[in-house]
Design a binder for this molecule. Sequence first.
Ligand code: IPD
Ligand code: CA
Ligand code: CA
Length: 271
Amino acid sequence: MTNDQLQIFLDIATEAALAAGTVLQSYLGNLKNIQEKGRPGDLVTEADKASEKAILEVLNRHLPQHGILTEESGSLGNTTGPYLWAIDPLDGTTNFAHQYPFFSASIGLLIDGIPAVGAIFDPFHNELFRAAKGLGATRNRQPINVSQTSDLAKSLLVTGFAYDRRETSDNNYAEFCHLTHLTQGVRRSGAASIDLAHIACGRLDGYWERGLQPWDVAAGVILIQEAGGKVSAYDGNKFDIHSGRILATNGHLHNSLSQALLETPPLNSWQ
Ligand code: IPD
Ligand code: CA
Ligand code: CA
């Protein structure tokens, strides 16, 4: 894969993310149809669907031969080839429904299963995050880098809690308590793509979460890697986008955060 080819894919991802952002802004504060998809709190709105339609229009026009995996439509086109677009048309739907301004359109391209291109657009703050393998990471087209924080005690982290949190004891509550005590704080923004973008540009130092889907993280993973950060499984082993789990940091505190996660005491020890 040449840099020129990656740049073309990045520009197509950007066109799609910006088109989605325009759609999202038009629905913000104007939602008429908010439904639960299954689990309590797992919402879908007409904005999710309209944003997805705008993204698919761009991808199908430029790259009809590529496979697509979207949150609202599932698998589309040739999903057995080397190219798979993993798309979240509205990451942070709950925030969006409440007009809490942390949401994005997140568009990633996996090449042979590995995140290679990503565009995340936050239309409320007009922030466009982009990256492609070997081409660097940018925010509004200016290069970005992860933070330098190497001491967990001086770090600001972020995490999230999946929609199955009421059904499993593996719901990240124990990890949240443990890391809250070890750091300057743990935030919960409600949009995985924004969490990853904020690590890539140095606002946050580390992130972990379980219960994620490929479309939540595909774009953010390449963004962090190209901004100088590190992405892995909780234990530091190779990241698997289908595992549902991610540990993403500035790289400097990766090992100490990994160790802290693995050493998390049971929740009842906090009560
Ligand atoms: C959710 C957000 C949230 C994360 C959930 C995701 P959605 O995506 O990224 O931060 O904690 O696991 O499902 O449903 O708003 O697209
Ligand atoms: Ca999502
Ligand atoms: Ca979504």
